[in-house]
Design a protein around this ligand. Sequence first.
Ligand code: NAD
Ligand code: UDP
Length: 338
Amino acid sequence: MAILITGGCGYIGSHTCIELLKAGQDIVVLDNYYNAKPEALRRVQELAGKEFPFYECDIRDADGLRRIFAAHKIDAVIHFAGLKAVGESVQKPLEYYDNNVGGTVTLCQVMAEMGCKRIVFSSSATVYGMNNPSPLQEDMPTGAVTNPYGRTKYVIEEILKDVCVSDPDWTVVLLRYFNPIGAHESGRIGEDPNGIPNNLMPYISQVAIGRLPRLSIFGDDYDTPDGTGVRDYIHVVDLAVGHVKAVDFALKHTGAEVFNLGTGTGYSVLDLVKAFQDANGVEVPYTIAPRRAGDIATCYSDPSKAERLLGWKAAHDVVDMCRDSWRWQSQNPQGYGD
Ligand code: NAD
Ligand code: UDP
């Protein structure tokens, strides 16, 4: 019995591998290294003190997937593999639909063929779109998304729900992540974005380490307490533990279920900058810039369903998140290197 992790070399996947191994699960990992380096999994094995099978494989490669399912008894799949840059998705929509939507369809076809019908999927709070008020709850309407990346998440959610309707043997757990930040407390694994980061926390830490001159804060005239955007930042290790609970749930239930994974608390951009400076004793110079297209003022979760049905609750606070992000960045100024 093993859990297959697609995209397991990536930021959230690598942290989830560690938590699954800690919980005593056997894992099999696949990744095509599009946005990851082998060093990440080497460090996961070192931290966990365990080895596990890894396949360099693309989720769009049905024969490659078949070989993995034939070689291992896979009970469930945690599906992280996908492209995730919002701006890039606007430039390259077909790549995003092909990789994220096409890849998920191929994965599910092979799963059904090989008799594995349990999947935990990495969705996103972005599916709630522009029109729902926070705290966001799982039964609010979805689909008013503002970019192709978000649309892939929405469409995949709908496809997976349709699969459950068509065949009652399927289990689908849709996890809507809020804003994952932080890193493993060892400082050995963390987020290693290619090029200039799009997301706030990697940008802050690269400014703090001197790789970038200053942060641009996208708008200070939102209808929020200090005018800057408010988000629900969640420690990546809490998110990883959420997957351990979600896979346990998937092994015991059938049908489709949706869960928010967030803390339920919103922090503004200025709150996060200040928390990072205070937690780490470093300066983060910033300027106020125009709003970024497609951003909303406020987005935070109601995480109570995950607590009720999964027995999961975020355990780390914003100081832990800032401290662990900085430990990773300062110990690995060039990420995993070349
Ligand atoms: P990541 O880029 O670090 O990890 C994704 C991994 O998937 C990478 O290792 C990449 O090489 C791999 N991959 C991409 N396409 C593949 C393919 N066709 N076949 C095999 N492997 C492939 O991203 P992450 O931050 O760890 O995110 C994991 C998942 O969570 C993604 O689906 C992402 O959309 C979703 N998500 C992320 C966030 C976030 O802020 N990080 C928020 C919400 C949802
Ligand atoms: N943000 C910012 N400067 C940056 C990156 C992000 O001010 O360089 C703001 C962004 O406008 C939003 C918040 O930080 O209010 C979180 O953005 P991020 O891209 O990390 O996540 P999102 O919630 O957009 O997915």
